[in-house]
Design a protein around this ligand. Structure first.
Ligand code: ARG
Length: 590
């Protein structure tokens, strides 16, 4: 379905052309004076320069050409040459009726679907998820859903951090604690046990302990380095142990991501990329992309237009070891080989921006990634506490994601249970839904690159620009529709009965709703879920004022009532689709 704004622009473009001007001047934008008009066209001002004519004259000519159009209620030229547009409400109503009948409310799937790999996890093996991983997961899940909604083939990859010294540290710590485990017996040739010799809580305690210990004991660190080397070179017992570590970790991570309504298509690990490294390095050398700098192998990625210092991309350290860069490059090689993507989007803390810039440039310059492939770094800001510093637990530690979520759900639960009774099970389930909406909306309503303050009281409030407010609005609509169904016995399925209106509140509500396809497309193009948040917040506000001004159930004019019911049915569908795109859903009551 065409966007409403484009339909209006087409009419104006034709009008410009009919008067001998270039059509491009007919571009239309949302009005920045909604009190005066709904849309505006500033093209006459621009055309005036090229055609050496007074802008107001051009505007008048254009308006004369569209005066018979049924689309406009009012169209006027304002000095020095603005064209202010107000739509005919019948025209908006017709558009909304069509939206109700269309698949996806008129938001069409792309005619040229792209294959997009999105990297939005980055958790590390044997370490619990913490708030640092929250934003990547929440933003990535939403961008994945939005892209799929528009018909793209999206592959979500968790990109698990499982490479490096941490592996050896955990293995050596286990050996220190349980030297008798069969995994450490070099002469053992039998099968290893299927059960892991530790639980997730042990595992999570082992890594920090090993890390601490290695700082004070250099010989332990050496052993860990050696164990890492042995593991990477196929030592059987270590490999079996490593598999246990992975499995226990991944099971726990999946549970946590599930609670966030976040999922991945791929559970690829940094270690999976390692097999691509030798050939990749040989290729880079053969094609003379590399040089040696102080013993290290690097690729220069500076460009003449740079305004800041861009360091070379290091491929091998002077001791021949690979680094984070090498793994990320090899991961791109792997993704190109396995999926032939049109685009790869990495959703990572914005503090890694320069690093990604270097790696992306290197991938492009060396043609490891084809020219046409779009590499995007979507860097997100920090979630801060009320003190403006990165969010911490009360005693200053790193907050586990699990505990953060539990804390929010508990607060919501208290709130829901204030002055009312509800079965325990239901209250718990509602709290989880509302809690998740509070957390995700609190995050997504900000532009991703900005820092924001985690303010639990504000996030869980049922009023203001919050997730619970949106859910509350949906629940309110559901309850009106239920009541209507009860008293009228009417079926709500007949679509397309929205009629024109003279109520300003209803007209602005209709106008907000009509922007759906435009908003979703922009949020896709700009990787900007916050645009969907803004859209549904505007609708929720417009709906709630409309609701307070009008008695829907008691309305006696049946045509009007039926129109309102159709309108709010459409709104319910759109709000629910939007929160799905953001990654949460609404309860039946709250
Ligand atoms: N595992 C890393 C961390 O916890 C994040 C990985 C980000 N993604 C990437 N492709 N480098 O800091």
């Amino acid at each position: 379905m065409k966007k409403l704004i484009d339909m209006i622009a087409e009419e104006l473009m034709q009008a410009f052309e009919a008067n001998g001007y270039e059509g491009k001047y007919g571009m239309v934008t949302l009005s920045n004076r909604p009190d005066l008009c709904q849309y505006q066209c500033n093209g006459a001002l621009a055309a005036a320069k090229s055609y050496k004519k007074a802008p107001i004259m051009i505007a008048d000519e254009v308006i004369a050409s569209v005066k018979d159009s049924k689309s406009f209620e009012k169209i006027e030229a304002i000095l020095p040459g603005f064209i202010n547009l107000t739509l005919n409400t019948g025209y908006i109503a017709k558009y909304l009726n069509e939206m109700s009948r269309e698949e996806q409310y008129g938001c069409e799937k792309s005619a040229a679907p792209k294959t997009i790999v999105i990297d939005y996890g980055g958790p590390n093996v044997a370490k619990p998820l913490h708030v640092g991983h929250l934003r990547s997961a929440v933003i990535g899940e939403s961008i994945k859903r939005i892209s799929r909604f528009l018909g793209h083939n999206v592959i979500g990859d968790v990109h698990l951090g499982d490479w490096g010294l941490q592996m050896g540290l955990i293995i050596m710590e286990l050996k220190k604690r349980h030297p008798d485990l069969v995994y450490f017996d070099e002469n053992y040739t039998g099968e290893y046990p299927k059960e892991a010799p530790f639980t997730i809580s042990e595992l999570e305690e082992i890594y920090p302990a090993a890390n601490e210990y290695s700082k004070a004991h250099p010989e332990f660190k050496e052993e860990a380095k050696n164990a890492t080397y042995m593991l990477q070179n196929g030592t059987r017992g270590y490999a079996a142990l490593w598999n246990h570590i992975l499995n226990v970790s991944v099971t726990d991570l999946k549970k946590n991501y599930d609670n966030l309504n976040v999922s991945f298509d791929l559970w690829k690990k940094e270690s999976d990329a390692q097999t691509y490294i030798p050939d990749m390095i040989a290729y880079l050398k053969e094609n003379n992309y590399t040089r040696i700098s102080e013993g290290a192998l690097v690729v220069d990625v500076k460009e003449e237009t740079d305004t800041k210092e861009i360091p070379p991309c290091m491929i091998l350290k002077s001791d021949g070891a690979t680094l984070y860069n090498t793994t990320d490059l090899a991961t791109m090689v792997e993704r190109m080989k396995l999926f032939h993507p049109d685009a790869i989007t990495s959703i990572v803390d914005k503090r890694q921006e320069l690093y990604f810039e270097t790696v992306f440039r290197c991938a492009k310059k060396t043609k490891l990634v084809g020219e046409k492939v779009k590499l995007t770094f979507l860097g997100f800001g920090t979630m801060n506490g009320k003190d403006g510093k990165p969010f911490k637990t009360r005693d200053g530690g790193v907050m586990r994601l699990e505990n953060l979520i539990q804390g929010i759900n508990d607060e919501v639960y208290k709130k829901i249970m204030e002055n009312r009774e509800m079965p325990e099970e239901e209250a718990k389930s509602i709290s989880r839904k509302v809690g998740l909406a509070a957390l995700k909306y609190g995050d997504l309503s900000n532009q991703a690159s900005k820092d924001y303050i985690f303010d639990i009281d504000r996030f869980i409030s049922f009023e203001g620009n919050t997730g619970p407010y949106i859910l509350y609005t949906i629940v309110r609509i559901k309850s009106i529709l239920n009541k209507y169904r009860e008293i009228s016995g009417g079926d709500l399925n007949s679509k397309g009965t929205i009629v024109s209106s003279t109520l300003p509140g209803e007209i602005s509500l209709m106008l907000e709703v009509s922007k759906f396809n435009d908003v979703v497309e922009h949020s896709y193009e700009e990787n900007a879920p916050h645009k969907i948040c803004q859209y549904i917040y505007d609708i929720a506000n417009a709906f709630n004022s409309f609701y307070h001004e009008n008695k829907i159930i008691a309305q006696e004019d049946k045509v009007k009532q039926r129109s309102w019911i159709s309108l709010i049915t459409l709104i319910q569908g759109i709000l629910e689709t939007c929160i799905y795109l953001l990654g949460f859903d609404a309860p039946d009551r709250m």
